[in-house]
Design a protein around this ligand. Sequence first.
Ligand code: NAI
Ligand code: MG
Length: 334
Amino acid sequence: MSAGDTHRICLLDGDGIGPEVVAAAAAVLSAVIPRLESTRARIGFGVYEELGTPLPRETVDAVRSADATLFGAVTTPPGIPGYRSPILALRQDLQLFANVRPVRARGASSPALDLVIVRENTEGLYAGRERREGDTAIAERVVTRAASERIVRYALDLARARPRRRLTIVHKANVLRETCGLFREVALELAADWPDVETNELLVDAAAMELIRDPGRFDVIVTTNLFGDILSDEAAALAGGLGLACSANVGRDAAIFEPVHGSAPDIAGTGAANPLAAILSAAMLLAHLGEADAARRVEAAVEQVLASGPRTPDLGGTAGTAEITDAVIAALDR
Ligand code: NAI
Ligand code: MG
């Protein structure tokens, strides 16, 4: 895929503020690349209530056949037996093995922060192997050479494409000698084949502390599933919180771009949702499609709006979703 091709994207609204932020991001996408073709597919709890499944087969097909997908958020109510979050199901069914979260200081926060967390998205402690044996609960942590290799390769390629070309391998191999031991071994082996990327390693607890103490030292971080989940929320908090946190789930045959936040039922329908996380996710989608210039224009427009306002309530302002979206679109050509 490259700039100038006609791209086909799939829009997945979901529940709560999902449709509101996807509409905002879709408006920005059409403003920046008018020739985008988009389809819509249904996902989430609302669909479950209507059809008995939160992830109709047509939706999986639509995501698989699109060049890229933009997803809002879904509501996943606890306590429904057998109910599985449809976004988790999509990540697993489509083998979207890389969860990618860029974290950059935007607007007022610390200027030194510009890092990407690359998290293994298919195994580790989230492999789903948990059980009870009487009063003992056991979770099995699964780490394979194949999954470790593909995530580390992805992170090395990403680091190579960035100005600082640095990769930090985060693990806890001093305690988890087999699982983290294998991940570390594979990562160090592969790093030797990317001599232009400067690689170092850090224990996960030290990494959590360093992210607060000196976040500017990090460029690309690669780690296993649970560690990546925790560190990426920590890092997002350093850079403006959920209203700005964007992400990608990338596999060989499909890619889904989504704000990190959930369906925010507390503000759904009020028009107060911050659309910037979804808009920044759309910028990642553009970069994935090979539209680097368009991606940069969207990012620059978001920077401008953050610098000069308006702002939504989560960032201390009083503006609504539509006002922010219009401001971003107006800033595209400045
Ligand atoms: P949440 O991210 O939806 O909301 C947490 C808090 O942040 C709320 O106060 C909300 O109003 C605020 N917030 C979130 N996004 C915002 C935005 N764009 N602008 C302004 N404020 C925003 O997380 P919560 O409340 O834990 O979960 C709500 C529902 O979302 C649950 O059903 C949960 O399962 C689901 N969820 C879905 C995710 C997904 O679809 N990927 C991710 C996380 C949660
Ligand atoms: Mg999380």
